[in-house]
Design a binder for this molecule. Structure first.
Ligand SMILES: [Cu+2]
Length: 207
């Protein structure tokens, strides 16, 4: 599969310690070793067509830089999934962008279709293709990964997490930032006209 990265986003560096968040999202499955305490939590909301990312303290981020070996907890959700977003920590929920800001982001990043407006395309997508997913992929493609220990080393989640519009909980994954590189968030679930533009370039930088 070819993944087109059509946008460049500004790099921002995360500062400060991220609180470890307790509650319904914590705890492993029975029979599995306890999860390591995350060094950072990242919250990622999917919409037509993009991602909004927030640090564990609710600060919006377009990119987060972590250290090699840090344990990252990624909590992802579809912005339309009200039950799922209702389970997010209050500080994160309070800082989720509203509809108008998301649509403004679209206008900047997604070219209008030749045969209509973005607004029309979004309406169709919301009705017919309401689901998304998120995968963490090396920004430069998978080629560079092979020389650095290969895909998935240290459990980095290169498989997509499905983000249903009617999901009742956020999807959570904990992984080691094992391989220094720049990583982008990318949608692997067809979600209508703007799907090819649905990525957040260099969302995670491992140094
Ligand atoms: Cu998509």
């Amino acid at each position: 599969m070819t993944i087109a990265f059509t946008r460049r986003t500004l790099l921002a560096t995360a500062t400060g310690a991220i609180a470890v968040l307790a509650g319904c999202l914590s705890g492993g499955l029975p029979g599995q070793p306890p999860r390591p305490t995350p060094d950072r939590s990242l919250f990622v909301g999917a919409f037509h067509w993009g991602y909004t990312m927030l640090a564990g303290d609710g600060t919006p981020r377009t990119s987060v830089t972590v250290s090699e070996g840090d344990v990252i907890r990624l909590v992802a959700f579809n912005m339309e999934a009200e039950t799922a977003t209702g389970r997010l920590p209050r500080t994160v929920r309070a800082n989720l962008p509203d509809h108008e800001r998301l649509e403004a982001a679209n206008d900047a990043d997604v070219p209008a279709p030749a045969d209509g407006t973005l607004e029309e395309a979004r309406t169709v997508a919301n009705q017919r293709y309401p689901d998304h997913s998120v995968a963490l992929v090396p920004s430069g493609g998978y080629g560079g990964m092979m020389g650095r220990g290969g895909m998935g080393r240290g459990g980095m989640p290169f498989h997509p997490l499905f983000l249903g519009h009617d999901a009742s909980t956020p999807v959570e994954v904990t992984f080691d930032a094992a391989v220094p590189d720049e990583y982008s968030l990318s949608c692997m679930t067809y979600c209508g006209y703007g799907h090819p533009y649905m990525d957040l370039d260099d969302a995670l930088v491992v140094r």
